[in-house]
Ligand binder design. Structure first.
Ligand code: FES
Length: 165
């Protein structure tokens, strides 16, 4: 199904993005937003994801967590598999803008995707020395999410297909 992305797409873009000279210098790293052809998939009614709640949807080969921040009501969507060791992030909890993985306590910002805290490893210094590779983690795989006419949609780009091959 092809849906136009107007409406939700604007929420995550800089207001200054209409100025061509600095277009490629945007500090948002979500470059997949520039792909105009990406299909938007309807997921559920907006009312099914109230503030402070989330749901997990299977999209292709990925499980995608879609939630709504308490207070601001802003939606977020990311691959439910923890970038560290693959634990299910839906079993974690929110800490401000971060999802905290229940497995090792890593925190990822649900809006930027960035790893922001690796607290449990700092406590267990001996583990870090024995296998430093274990500390490494990428960032969350984000999905663009928006609402239109009372429904929630995500945008699945080619980028995501590459991640899940
Ligand atoms: S698997 Fe999520 S923090 Fe390790």
């Amino acid at each position: 199904m092809q849906h136009k992305e107007q409406g939700g797409k604007k929420k995550d873009q800089d207001d200054g993005s209409q100025h061509p000279p600095h277009h490629h210098q945007q500090h948002h790293h979500q470059q997949h937003q520039q792909q105009q052809q990406s299909p938007a998939l309807p997921l559920c009614k907006s009312s099914e994801i109230p503030e402070g709640r989330w749901k997990v949807f299977t999209v292709g080969s990925a499980d995608v967590l879609v939630g709504r921040k308490e207070g601001s009501g802003r939606l977020f969507a990311f691959d439910n598999s923890c970038p560290h060791r693959g634990a299910s992030l839906s079993k974690g909890e929110m800490h401000g803008d971060n999802i905290v993985c229940y497995m090792h306590g890593y925190e990822y910002n649900v809006f930027t995707g960035k790893l922001e805290n690796m607290k449990s490893w700092k406590k267990e210094a001996s583990w870090v020395e024995q296998s430093p590779e274990w500390r490494k983690s990428g960032d969350l795989v984000l999905y663009e999410v928006f609402e239109k006419d009372g429904h929630v949609y995500i945008v699945v780009s080619d980028d995501h297909h590459r991640h899940h091959q």
